[in-house]
Write a protein that binds this ligand. Structure first.
Ligand SMILES: O=C(O)CCC(=O)C(=O)O
Length: 364
């Protein structure tokens, strides 16, 4: 923060675009502090120089290049994956869910102050009951990239949700990986970093990332590293600016869940969302949980049904109507469910990665 305060804002920083979200939603953010001197200095510094150097983005047709970048960096940004109608529907669904979730949890969030998980807010752990999310499962613009990454077209959807932050999420979220530990590959229990990629998330952008609205930060080439993840205090300043810019509404970020990433301050006046679909390799048995109701599944095209075949089922209405998070980032979470032997690689390793991250997290 001290270093930030010393930097001078650039006169060339472009003005932020107007928010795509209803004002009533944006207004749920900021509780004081918006004009605080330290916040103003950080905002000016981010406006001047936030963003990864030379981020290469790809067109949906550049499938091999996309897979190459994904393997090298642990992520790849794909441009123009959503058309106007898909984007409009996604925005409507996100706006509805964000309002519900903030009403339920308050600005204290469920992933740190002003930060929220879409899927994690539901007892089902997923937004699989929302057509705005299931429309994303099988897109002609994304499927070839995922097939190249998994080296197979038999990969499955295992969950859907993503994250959002309100304006006023003034702190950096500590770097973390969303998965880790061991998994079963070709009959052997191996460290997830020694296996081919098992879990991939695709985050879809309903709005642009801007320098000040909390763009995702991603540390390149960290999917298989043995290095410990640095705490916020030890993290180099350059990494805090290693954010995915440019990244526009309708684009997608395809991420290896092992790669290090974290939220950054949203010091704008607009909410920022990154809804997602999570996929697993054909060989992984992650302890699938039913989250796509049968009636919705029946409306999906055949290939989207194939992707969702492991997560379709009878979804108890209470699991989607009642909002209650299974984990709270950086705060005491409700007691975990009793472990079930070898069930749920996703649940087991997600729980472990999130607990590790929570140890270093400080809420504002
Ligand atoms: O919202 C973001 O930018 C990142 C959120 C995230 O990685 C998390 O909450 O685990």
């Amino acid at each position: 923060m001290m270093d930030d305060a010393k930097r001078l804002p650039s006169m060339n920083a472009p003005p932020p675009p107007p928010s795509v979200w209803p004002e009533a939603l944006n207004a749920l953010g900021w509780r004081g502090a918006s004009d605080d001197a330290a916040v103003a200095a950080l905002r000016a510094s981010l406006a001047a120089e936030n963003g990864m150097r030379d981020l290469e983005t790809v067109d949906p047709t550049q499938v091999e290049r996309a897979a190459e970048l994904f393997r090298r960096e642990g992520f790849v940004v794909v441009r123009d994956v959503l058309d106007a109608a898909q984007l409009e529907l996604l925005r409507a669904g996100c706006a509805r869910e964000m309002k519900r979730i903030v009403d339920a949890f308050g600005a204290g969030g469920n992933r740190g102050s002003h930060r929220f998980s879409f899927g994690g807010a539901h007892r089902s752990g997923s937004c699989g009951h929302c057509p705005e999310w299931t429309q994303l499962v099988e897109l002609a613009t994304v499927q070839p990239v995922l097939a190249a990454i998994f080296d197979s077209d038999e990969y499955r959807a295992c969950s859907m949700g993503g994250d959002f932050c309100l304006p006023g999420a003034a702190s950096y979220q500590p770097l973390h990986a969303d998965t880790g530990g061991e998994l079963c590959f070709e009959g052997e229990d191996v460290d997830a970093r020694d296996a081919p990629v098992a879990l991939v998330t695709v985050n879809f952008l309903p709005q642009d990332f801007t320098r000040t609205n909390g763009p995702l930060r991603q540390i390149p080439a960290t999917s298989t590293t043995r290095d410990p993840i640095p705490s916020l205090a030890d993290e180099p300043d350059a990494w805090k600016r290693s954010t995915l810019l440019p990244c526009r509404a309708g684009w997608a970020v395809v991420r290896d869940l092992r790669a290090w990433h974290g939220g950054t301050p949203n010091l704008s006046q607009g909410t920022r969302a990154v809804p997602n679909v999570e996929y697993c390799a054909p060989w992984l048995e992650p302890g699938f949980r039913a989250s796509v109701p049968r009636e919705l599944y029946e409306t999906l095209p055949p290939r989207a049904q194939f992707r969702c075949a492991r997560i379709v089922g009878d979804v108890d209405a209470r699991l989607v109507d009642e909002l209650r998070t299974p984990y709270i980032f950086g705060r005491r979470a409700p007691p975990p469910a009793p472990p079930r032997a070898r069930r749920g690689f996703v649940a087991r390793v997600l729980g472990c990665a999130r607990r590790d991250a929570a140890r270093t997290h400080k809420t504002v």
